[in-house]
Design a binder for this molecule. Structure first.
Ligand code: C6P
Length: 396
């Protein structure tokens, strides 16, 4: 049996999404900007997909929704765009983000630091969440942008985006959120949260890879980084990825229609796996369930190296991860666990399980059985296993 429990890294394209995309590879392959019928044949599906994006995020018609190649591009664009629009030659020179953001945010901020921008990386509490007071204390009249993720990719913890955006606005700063791990798991309503910019990636909600988007609130602008044929109203040049856009629109519509299922059934299966893990001595899960997206578990398994665990699970047909997929080759300790206050040793014991609406009860039962045995086996052969340092004790 092969069980895929790494849906925060990427998801399977929903067959219904794929069916909508297929005609745009071999039949309706025209360039939407061409004046002939091959070009215009793509227009109805593109229009529908854009409507699905506006509706899916409850955006207003006056807002901009720009299709990009992925959330990494969208986030780079906002952060570097802010540099051109609000920092260079202006009075503001400060950006605030959190210490547990995806590298797309952290590395973009680090790049701006080399250009002289002041960046504050807010700490998180033991649940892995940025506290409102910490933003209130860090923000000042030089802050151009606050960029904080909607849900964390490793812990699944949900950040208080609406309140954080309000603090940013009260202090004259713009607010961007990386909503990659929130979309399809919890309601993402840009008007209700009142965000100025939002990044997302289709492959995290059963859409295709290689397509994502940036929401831009009306009357806001972000300097274009891709100049060329003036596509997307001049905001992002490059021939449109028709199949990708069609797939992303359909995937978002479907993700929203599965939201109740996500909250009940996906959560039930996640909780079943989590309960089984917590039955094992010295296994801990980061963050409260109520404040976590329904599909994610970041477990720390004392005495078992995360990589050893993954290797063992993979050999037996279970795909999980030690944390974010793009950091999994580094063999470094999990930075989110470190930010939460886990000691170095514990930060090396992280395993992330992330489910999807395609995960079945049979798969979870299999995962429980295999994981339980793997923990016992790996602990038996580990000479370094000793019990409960203070960080763990505090959550017993
Ligand atoms: N996180 C994970 O295993 P792209 O690669 O651009 O589609 O998405 C980047 C990205 C941005 N923000 C968050 C919160 C993310 O989780 C991701 C992708 C994967 O956690 C791969 S590193």
């Amino acid at each position: 049996m092969l069980v895929y429990l790494d849906n925060n890294a990427t998801t399977m394209v929903d067959p219904e999404v794929f069916a909508q995309m297929e005609p745009f590879f071999v039949k309706n392959y025209g360039n939407p900007n061409s004046l002939h019928s091959f070009g215009s044949a793509t227009h109805p599906a593109l229009r529908k997909a854009m409507d699905q994006l506006y509706e899916g995020f409850n955006a207003s018609n006056e807002d901009d929704m720009v299709v990009t190649s992925c959330a990494t591009e969208s986030t780079n664009w906002v952060i570097k765009g802010i540099y051109f629009d609000h920092i260079l030659n202006k009075n503001k020179n400060h950006i605030i983000t959190s210490s547990v953001e995806h590298p797309a945010t952290i590395m973009s901020c680090k790049f701006l630091e080399t250009l002289g921008v002041r960046v504050t990386y807010l700490p998180v509490n033991k649940d892995g969440i940025v506290e409102l007071d910490s933003l209130k204390n860090a923000i000042d009249d030089k802050t151009a942008l606050v960029s904080i993720m909607w849900a964390n990719n490793e812990t699944g913890m949900i950040f208080p985006i609406k309140e954080l955006a309000q603090i940013a606005h009260e202090n004259g700063a713009l607010f961007h959120t990386d909503a990659v791990q929130a979309v399809g798991k919890i309601s993402v309503d840009v008007q209700d949260a009142d965000v100025d910019f939002m990044s997302f990636s289709a492959h995290k909600f059963h859409g295709p890879k290689g397509v994502g988007g940036l929401y831009i609130k009306k009357d806001h602008r972000v300097t274009s980084l891709l100049h060329g044929g003036e596509h997307m109203g001049g905001l992002r040049s490059g021939t449109l990825n028709v199949a990708g856009i069609v797939g992303m629109g359909k995937a978002l519509e479907m993700a929203n229609s599965y939201m109740d299922f996500e909250k009940s059934e996906v959560r039930r299966l996640r909780d079943k796996l989590e309960d089984a893990l917590l039955q094992i001595a010295n296994v801990f899960v980061v963050g409260s369930r109520q404040n976590r997206v329904p599909n994610t578990i970041l477990a720390s398994i004392r005495g078992v190296e995360g990589e050893a665990m993954l290797w063992d699970l993979n050999k037996q047909g279970i795909a999980a991860s030690t944390g974010s997929a793009c950091a999994s080759e580094t063999l470094e300790s999990n930075p989110v666990l470190e930010a939460i206050g886990a000691d170095k040793e514990l930060a090396h014991t992280a395993v992330r399980f992330s489910l999807s609406r395609f995960t079945t009860e049979k798969e979870i039962d299999f995962a429980i059985d295999i994981t339980t045995k793997a923990i016992k086996r790996l602990r038996d052969i580990s000479s370094s296993f000793s019990y409960a340092p203070s960080w763990h004790k505090s959550r017993l």
